[in-house]
Design a protein around this ligand. Structure first.
Ligand code: AMP
Ligand code: MN
Ligand code: MN
Length: 317
């Protein structure tokens, strides 16, 4: 695929969705594509965007109020486009609209992508879905709203240009977006570093209760439902905790677990050196990238940690 317009063909109704618990890249890529299509296709085209509840801090890019949470009109889309999702089930409630669509497209950057659409455009080396999308749209047609959305995705998936997925191309794209007027300092501060008091308290607790295991090569922390309820917190309030765990000296793998249900944990993993956490996540039915991956696991906290560390030990030995 060279341009997103090559694949629109005769589609007049287009649905867009990203993955469950939307992060900056998911929200950014979906809104960038939504605004791009809205701005460049005639008014009689139907373009709908579906996402789970988006964290308030992402309102800075504009248009989050246009996101739908259900297909109330019962439309069967001519074309449905998935962004930043490695597999079909990651689309959550929107999977149904994807399944029912006449044609489907998958735009992503996960090495674990299962190529689940009719047209699959997956660039494993790209920092973010936003970087992939940038390559499929016309630079002159990127207005400030689209630029902000793309910039959001790039800064979030690269940890503000510090992860190993950051390339010269990533920086060039970011430069182009800055030239379009993106308020980059404000966006980095307000969407990436800014923490509410409660978020800081949960972060503090996680650091305080973290454990070093495997001779200090691995750090584990967890958040149970009681804590989330106590602080009236949502999973997005845990953003950034795993990154703080990862930069602990001597760590090869950082693990953050949060309890999503009784004996059910969402696992986030980050690797520093040799470990490939995508492989471990994939073994347990999840996915992601070599240095950042996740999955959902069942059992007690001890079961989950034990099952994960067997794999980590095996990789590091
Ligand atoms: P997280 O730890 O949730 O920030 O996720 C790190 C990376 O792994 C992201 O690229 C996610 O898209 C991916 N990921 C997380 N959880 C899953 C999952 N259950 N299945 C597939 N990929 C996942
Ligand atoms: Mn994502
Ligand atoms: Mn991404």
């Amino acid at each position: 695929m060279k341009s997103i317009f090559d694949e629109i063909k005769d589609a007049r109704t287009i649905g867009i969705a990203g993955h469950v618990r939307p992060d900056g890249d998911c929200v950014g890529s979906c809104l960038a594509l939504y605004h791009y299509l809205k701005g460049n296709l005639p008014g009689n085209f139907v373009i709908d965007l579906y996402l789970e509840t988006v964290p308030d801090k992402f309102q800075i890019i504009g248009g989050t109020n246009l996101i739908k949470q259900a297909n109330t009109e019962g439309i069967i889309y001519d074309l449905f486009i998935s962004l930043d999702s490695s597999s079909l089930d990651r689309l959550g409630f929107a999977q149904e609209y994807f399944d029912n669509a006449r044609r489907t497209m998958n735009i992503d950057h996960h090495i674990s992508n299962t190529n689940f659409a009719l047209v699959n455009h997956v660039e494993e080396k790209a920092s973010s879905a936003c970087e992939v999308l940038f390559g499929l749209i016309e630079e002159e047609k990127i207005d400030l709203t689209i630029a902000k959305a793309l910039y959001l995705g790039i800064i979030h998936d690269t940890g503000v240009f510090k992860h190993s997925n950051t390339s010269q191309k990533t920086m060039n794209i970011a430069g182009t977006l800055i030239a379009k007027g993106v308020p980059f300092s404000q966006m980095i501060d307000e969407t990436f570093y800014l923490k509410s008091y409660i978020q800081n308290q949960i972060l503090g607790r996680c650091l305080l209760e973290s454990m070093l295991i495997m001779d200090g090569k691995c750090i584990v922390s967890s958040v149970n439902r009681k804590i989330l309820d106590f602080y009236n917190a949502v999973p997005a309030d845990l953003d950034g905790i795993i990154d703080q765990l990862r930069i602990t000296q001597g760590i090869e793998v950082a693990i953050l677990l949060y309890e999503t249900d009784f004996h059910e944990y969402k696992v986030s993993m980050r690797a520093n050196g040799m470990a490939d956490v995508r492989k471990i996540a994939a073994y347990f039915g999840g996915g992601g990238h070599i240095k950042a991956a996740g999955c959902t696991m069942h059992g007690t906290l001890h079961d989950v940690v034990n099952n994960l560390t067997v794999h980590i030990e095996h990789q590091l030995s």
